[in-house]
Ligand binder design. Structure first.
Ligand SMILES: C[S@@+](CC[C@H](N)C(=O)[O-])C[C@H]1O[C@@H](n2cnc3c(N)ncnc32)[C@H](O)[C@@H]1O
Length: 248
């Protein structure tokens, strides 16, 4: 059985090459004000991370204010997240990533474009999902996750029953999950698990719905590399089904 809850921990790299002084300064000076404190034992309502001042321009009257919150797991260099945050200035974004060089890269985008609506969780995404309150995330992105191709490593794959259960718990009714990969076997694995899950449906009617990246879906760094190698990429959009109303 390979599809059980994965062992605890993060399996990727924490550090790449030594950070240049400017990037290190972003980690030291800019990150603390944007960092999300993740403790799986303490519940986190993500909307509280985004006061009206986080948005440029401020788009809602403060008294009625509860923004949508979108989450990207494993944002890599942060290109997709930064582009989405600028295209959706009234949405709050949480990026979750453990690779310090990737976090520094996202911070450089935030600084260069003066982006106010991104918060950063330097945490294992499993811990973040455990901390988030139910029905608090309006869209979730998992783009080019590590495919862990060796059979003995399949249990490390982020798409697994436990994480899908937890995603379903934190997503709002009708929320989208966007997944992309150039690893055909991981695509099959992912499709199978989402289709088997009672809380998700696959939003696709035509092959172009998963062969062609939608216009509002910015490119990621891994995607650019895959395209340069002429690899096939699948773009899946799943939807969290509407919760049944239970009689009291
Ligand atoms: C293959 S890279 C893809 C990066 C980016 N999404 C892209 O398409 O360019 C996968 C990223 O997910 C991050 N990652 C993997 N497991 C994670 C976890 N449990 N929590 C947070 N980030 C994770 C890794 O650090 C890595 O940066």
């Amino acid at each position: 059985m390979t599809d059980q809850r994965p062992p605890r921990g993060f399996f990727g790299r924490r550090h790449g090459h030594r950070l240049r002084a400017g990037r290190q300064a972003l980690i030291d000076d800019l990150l603390p004000g944007l960092a999300v404190d993740v403790n799986p034992a303490v519940s986190l309502d993500p909307a509280t991370l985004f006061p009206p001042e986080a948005f440029r321009p401020i788009v809602h009257p403060p008294e009625a204010f509860r923004p949508e919150v979108w989450l990207e797991i494993g944002f890599g260099g942060g290109e997709h997240l930064a582009a989405l945050a600028q295209a959706n200035p009234d949405v709050g974004f949480i990026g979750c990533e453990r690779f310090i060089n990737g976090i520094a890269s996202l911070l450089s985008h935030i600084q260069a474009a003066d982006i106010g609506n991104i918060r950063i969780a330097d945490a294992d995404a499993q811990d973040l999902l455990n901390a988030l309150t139910p029905a608090s995330i309006d869209r979730l992105f998992l783009l080019f996750p590590d495919p862990w191709p060796k059979t003995r490593h399949h249990k490390r794959r982020f798409v697994n029953q436990g994480n899908l259960d937890n995603m379903a718990r934190v997503l709002t009714d009708g929320a989208q999950v966007r997944f992309a990969s150039d690893h055909s076997e991981y695509c099959d694995w992912t499709l199978e698990r989402f289709l088997d899950h009672k809380d998700f449906t696959w939003v696709a009617e035509h092959p172009d719905d998963w062969r062609v990246r939608p216009d509002d879906w910015p490119q990621t760094r891994y995607e650019a590399t895959a395209l340069a190698k002429a690899l096939d990429i699948s773009y899946f959009t799943f939807q969290r089904v509407v919760r049944a109303i239970t009689a009291r």
